[in-house]
Design a protein around this ligand. Structure first.
Ligand code: AMP
Ligand code: ZN
Ligand code: ZN
Length: 342
């Protein structure tokens, strides 16, 4: 099992996960990456993966049979694993937590060479339904504090498999970056009794140089302090703190907006590697001694999707300072993304 360790100087948690070294690489440049014999995510190779925990397919389908549209499987080389208890311990300066949690893979399409941006919106909606289902299941797991859903696309963005997929990781502590976002939204709410992201969306719409597109329900924008070139956010205009609360109709609307965002990135930047991340509410459970902890969460947090094309490398200055140097202003990026005709 992996282990989380805290660096006492930076306060950063690190996962020591020796088993991850064993995961296979099935990428474009490897010889035949296509077909049932090689790719464990292709239909017909279901017994090459851990048994599925969720799938979307016809009602008469047998679990782990081939006829599926989306399939969720436990990761065979997990960063975090189920365990009966999340043992927290420490000695002297060092804090440690067992790597208790969950790690799942969402196989997004039966087609090995499908591209998420090109999928029909109904199929993207099915992927989002799988995300929602897993968020609802995992919030009952007492060992989890946060469930992070993300997508690594292409090798430069960390992908080891070419078959379309995203991942779900449930962690035994709230990641520091997530905590910073939650804290800032919470403090803003305490001060103003307004949602920070609702205010940000309103402000950006009234000064639209960073808006890529806006529909009645969603806006796509390049954030004011983008760390990376062509960083984009997809934000719902109607306040909602929790992606898992969305209806099927809502998910269809997210699918339409997500497809638009992916198409704009693909066409502007020639199908670049990217990561996307779903920012949503944490697992909320009363904590001993902290009854007030999530009291305002439903008013102060606002879910959104963040996409980062991987066009630059992180070098010494970034490592040393945590300042990111972005050679493309978000205003220039928004202008370029806006020009794409879909
Ligand atoms: P990525 O590395 O972002 O491409 O995500 C693919 C994930 O699939 C990795 O985390 C692998 O550990 C996982 N994986 C690879 N092969 C299998 C398999 N046969 N069954 C389940 N998970 C797998
Ligand atoms: Zn495949
Ligand atoms: Zn809001």
């Amino acid at each position: 099992m992996s282990e989380l360790r805290r660096d006492p100087i930076t306060n950063r948690w690190v996962v020591i996960a020796a088993e991850r070294g064993k995961r296979p690489q099935v990428l474009e440049e490897d010889p035949p990456a296509k077909g049932d014999a090689v790719c464990p995510f292709c239909p017909g190779s279901e017994d090459e993966t851990t048994p599925e925990v969720f799938a979307i397919g016809p009602p008469e389908r047998e679990p782990n049979g081939p006829d599926w549209g989306v399939r969720v499987i436990p990761n065979r080389y997990p960063i975090f694993q189920e365990h009966s208890e999340g043992l927290r311990r420490g000695y002297g300066l060092f804090d440690q937590i067992n790597g208790v949690g969950i790690h799942e893979v969402v196989v997004e399409s039966p087609h090995h060479e499908a591209s998420l941006a090109d999928l029909p919106v109904a199929e993207i909606q099915h992927i989002l339904q799988a995300y929602r289902h897993r968020l609802l299941v995992h919030r009952n797991n007492p060992n989890l504090r946060y469930v992070l859903i993300f997508r690594n696309y292409k090798k430069q963005a960390g992908a080891s498999m070419v078959h379309p997929h995203s991942q779900i990781i449930g962690t035994p502590i709230t990641p520091l970056l997530v905590k910073a976002k939650l804290d800032n939204c919470h403090k803003y709410y305490l001060d103003k009794e307004r949602c920070l992201l609702c205010d940000l969306i309103w402000q950006e719409i009234n000064w639209p140089q960073r808006i890529v597109s806006a529909s009645e329900q969603y806006i796509i924008l390049c954030p004011f302090a983008s760390c990376f070139p062509f960083e984009v956010w997809l934000c719902p205009r109607v306040h909602c703190h929790d992606f898992a609360l969305l209806s099927d109709q809502n998910l269809l609307e997210v699918a339409i907006a997500l497809k638009e965002m992916l198409m704009r990135i693909k066409l502007t930047l020639n199908d670049p590697p990217y990561n996307f991340i779903l920012n949503t509410a944490p697992v909320v459970r009363p904590r001993p001694g902290r009854p007030e902890y999530w009291q305002t969460l439903q008013y102060d947090f606002h879910w959104y999707i963040e996409l980062i094309p991987r066009l630059t490398t992180i070098a010494g200055f970034e490592w040393g300072s945590n300042f990111y140097v972005n050679p493309v202003s978000p205003e220039q990026a928004a202008e370029r993304l806006k020009q794409v005709s879909l």
